[in-house]
Design a protein around this ligand. Structure first.
Ligand code: PLP
Length: 501
């Protein structure tokens, strides 16, 4: 008797249980995963079979599976059904038992969404081609250290006390000036809420604007950090596909029973596909949000690095009714370890956010805030961004040319006009998670595109960064990636029976 037969044979729903049926199915499967009865990688029965076995509607099982997928417990693969997720290596490599025991015994139901949600970025040092990682080597440390030292020596009481928890006025003003000039954002300094990252902004904003069960649209494929925040806020997630103009509003309207309370989008540089939302689609999205009374989160995380074409005005700058909650980060323009991000809040949310920053402990250290404000005002920030735009454009050019040269027939690269990462689609019928695992063994951090999808992935691919890898290291790095991909199984082509490679 296999484990699979054992668990699903005894699984049952109880008509006397006050929870809805889908919650019972979801809860039983999640429990079995956390208890180790269902092992990572194990295949679940189809929704049809399970619904038949339990004598319940198939839609009930589908809803339970969607919830399990959204929380990262299971993964749906094109053509091979639903499997128990292979939990992020980083969680388990340190002390697998300790983490499992913690999740089983101590972590609350709500907290489990936080503890097991799939991670996007590697947490080890010096990964190759890690998406989202800027060049630390090129950062002007000498200017930064000098300014930081000066601020620390002055040690003014206002950097040390409980005042200005939602952002020092100097930094708020510097951010407003930067965003007005660079992104067409229209705001007063009071509307800037400084936080300990864009992730902190996602966490607070979703908790402030959503009640459990509220419908939220998320781009599909979409940013994992946003998905985690929405799940933890209790949202009912509706994945909306992308077309070449941006999020597909027509599809969203036709597929979601209730209008969304919140729409999460990355219009300047869609994460992960790299699309820029067209002006027409921006205006349509705003009109739609006004009509149904929805918030829009505009996550503008790396658009300072634009290499070609002219930037399109931010949604925030086009918004007439105050429904856009704009957020940004200094993780890409400075460095991620800084942990400073911000929200440009509509006036109606400013007071609530100011209080929420204190109650959630998500404020950014004020010593770093004042140093950053001076770094911007003295012109070092603009100078660094300008210089890195040239450096990253060159790294992108070399990276794409090496990928096309060394991996032609295996990868199709999606060139992007913006940002510090790109998507490379895998040719043939390949499990991209296998490709990721092979690359990971060579310290190449290339998350699988399928991880960014809710539901079936449309095409397998890898999410790759080029900003943190020096020009002279790129060819060798791509050779290693090619070596890693040699080990990945490519299934036969349908008609010819030839290897797709
Ligand atoms: C789409 C997107 N939003 C937000 C962020 C987060 O930035 P932070 O480091 O400030 O949390 C990232 C980082 O990779 C990102 O890719």
């Amino acid at each position: 008797v296999t484990e699979k037969v054992y668990f699903f044979d005894i699984m049952a729903v109880d008509p006397k249980d006050p929870r809805p049926l889908y919650a019972q199915v979801y809860g039983a499967i999640r429990r079995a995963i956390l208890d180790g009865m269902l092992r990572p990688g194990m295949r679940l029965p189809s929704t049809r079979t399970l619904a038949g076995d339990l004598s319940i509607a198939r839609n009930t099982v589908i809803t339970a599976f969607e919830q399990l997928t959204a929380e990262g417990y299971v993964e749906t693969l094109t053509g091979s059904g639903t499997r128990v997720a292979r939990f992020p290596q980083t969680i388990f490599t340190r002390d697998r038992r300790r983490v499992e025991d913690g999740i089983k015994g101590k972590i609350a139901l709500r907290g489990r969404g936080l503890a097991v949600a799939p991670r996007q970025l590697p947490t080890y040092e010096h990964p190759t081609f890690a998406p989202g990682l800027p060049s630390i080597e090129e950062f002007p440390q000498h200017h930064w250290a000098r300014i930081l030292g000066r601020c620390a020596r002055q040690s003014q009481p206002r950097y040390c006390d409980y005042s200005h928890m939602a952002g020092l006025p100097e930094l708020r003003a510097a951010i407003v000036d930067h965003l007005g000039a660079a992104r067409g954002v229209k705001a007063e300094p009071e509307q800037i809420i400084v936080l300990a990252s864009a992730q902190a902004a996602l966490d607070i904003v979703t908790r402030l604007t959503l009640d459990p069960g509220d419908v939220a649209w998320i781009e599909n494929p979409g940013y994992l950090g946003a998905r985690a925040a929405l799940v933890n806020a209790g949202a009912s997630l509706h994945p909306i596909p992308m077309d070449d103009q941006g999020i597909d509003i027509v599809y969203g309207r036709s597929q979601t029973p209730k209008p969304p309370k919140l729409i999460y989008t990355t219009p300047s540089h869609q994460c992960p596909t790299g699309t820029t939302m067209s002006l027409t689609r921006r205006l349509e999205l705003l009109e739609y949000a006004y009509r149904v009374g929805s918030w829009i989160i505009e996550d503008d995380y790396d658009s300072e690095f634009r290499y070609r074409g002219s930037p399109i005005a931010s949604l925030q700058g086009l918004d007439r009714e105050g429904c856009v909650i704009y957020m940004g980060t200094f993780s890409k323009t400075m460095f991620p370890g800084l942990r400073i991000g911000y929200v440009v809040a509509p006036l109606s949310l400013v007071d609530a956010l100011e209080v929420a920053v204190c109650h959630t402990g998500q404020a950014a250290p004020k010593l770093l805030q004042i140093a950053l404000a001076i770094f911007i005002v003295e012109g070092h920030f603009a100078e660094h961004v300008r210089r890195m735009r040239r450096v990253y454009a060159e790294r992108q050019r070399i990276f794409i040319s090496e990928l096309r040269g060394q991996l032609s027939g295996r990868l199709t690269v999606q060139r992007s006009d913006t940002g510090i990462q790109l998507v490379a689609y895998l040719e043939g019928s390949v499990d991209d998670r296998e490709a990721t695992a092979a690359a990971e063994r060579l310290k190449i951090a290339a998350p699988p595109l399928s991880r960014f999808y809710l539901g079936d992935a449309v095409q397998p691919g890898l999410f790759l960064g080029y900003a943190a890898t020096r020009e002279d290291r790129i060819p060798a790095g791509v050779r290693e990636l090619a070596r890693a991909l040699e080990c990945v199984t490519v299934r036969k082509k349908r008609s010819s029976g030839q290897n797709v490679r």
